[in-house]
Write a protein that binds this ligand. Structure first.
Ligand SMILES: [Zn+2]
Length: 241
């Protein structure tokens, strides 16, 4: 049986002979693995399709539990990501998070669209790469059932004015009166609100991007039991904001 699917290449591992085993992220079937033949040969026609970040239309042949790539038509390889180390690592985190959170053979369209959109934004716009990534991570967490609640205090429902707390178990922020969880900075809270399209106080975002990323790293790490080394590398690279 043949399937034509738009897919993002999340990874490519060596396989038998000159073949590779691709991890593909598709809108219709979530993450799936597909063998691609002969791509380790120097002049392989489908060599481009075995590169992480490749966004292409794939024709896959399904046989039993296995998929093999028959052909691929390139939409975008996001090659420019390789010319900026911060953008490259931010893009790598986009792929790594999809790999760990997207189920196999299950439709996962909103995150697929968000991943392609985030890579486009990183590659072709002047948007702040850390903010692009934070927005994507918030969506990825929500799509995986681990929403972070930024609507106000998760305990009394009031507005959070200062000294927020964050509960890593429930994904809720609470106000200083209600407390609970761990102390979080105001800048983390305001950057997270900014990146999810909510109102925020620009004066309180200073220094918050790295803190917000650290919070997301711990939160997603606990929920998925994964380390996300690319996110650690990115945090090291960013130095002081
Ligand atoms: Zn409260």
């Amino acid at each position: 049986m043949e399937h034509t699917l738009d897919a993002l290449v999340l990874g490519a591992a060596d396989y038998k002979d000159d073949d590779k085993l691709l991890t593909l992220f598709t809108a219709e079937r979530g993450v799936l693995r597909a063998r691609i033949r002969g791509v380790k040969k120097p002049k392989a026609k489908l060599g481009f399709a075995a590169q992480p970040f490749t966004f292409a239309e794939f024709v896959l042949v399904e046989k039993g539990e296995y998929y093999t790539v028959k052909s691929a038509y390139l939409y975008d390889g996001f090659y420019n990501l390789r010319s900026d180390v911060v953008k490259f690592y931010a893009g790598s985190v986009v792929l790594a998070v999809a790999k760990e959170t997207v189920p196999e053979n299950e439709e996962f369209r909103p995150l697929f669209i968000a991943a392609v959109q985030a890579l486009k934004e990183l590659c072709y716009t002047d948007a702040d790469p850390l903010e692009t990534l934070i927005g994507y991570l918030l969506l990825a967490a929500g799509e995986s059932g681990y929403s972070i609640d930024l609507s106000g205090c998760g305990s009394c429902g009031g507005e959070i004015k200062e000294a927020p707390h964050f509960d890593f178990g429930t994904g809720c922020f609470t106000c200083s009166e209600c407390g609970g969880g761990s102390r979080a900075s105001e800048s983390t809270y305001h950057v997270l609100r900014k990146c999810s399209g909510l109102t925020y106080d620009e004066g309180k975002t200073q220094g918050g991007k790295k803190r917000a990323l650290r919070l997301m790293k711990v939160f997603l790490g606990e929920k998925t039991e994964t380390e996300f080394p690319a996110l650690g590398e990115l945090l090291q690279l960013c130095g002081d904001e």
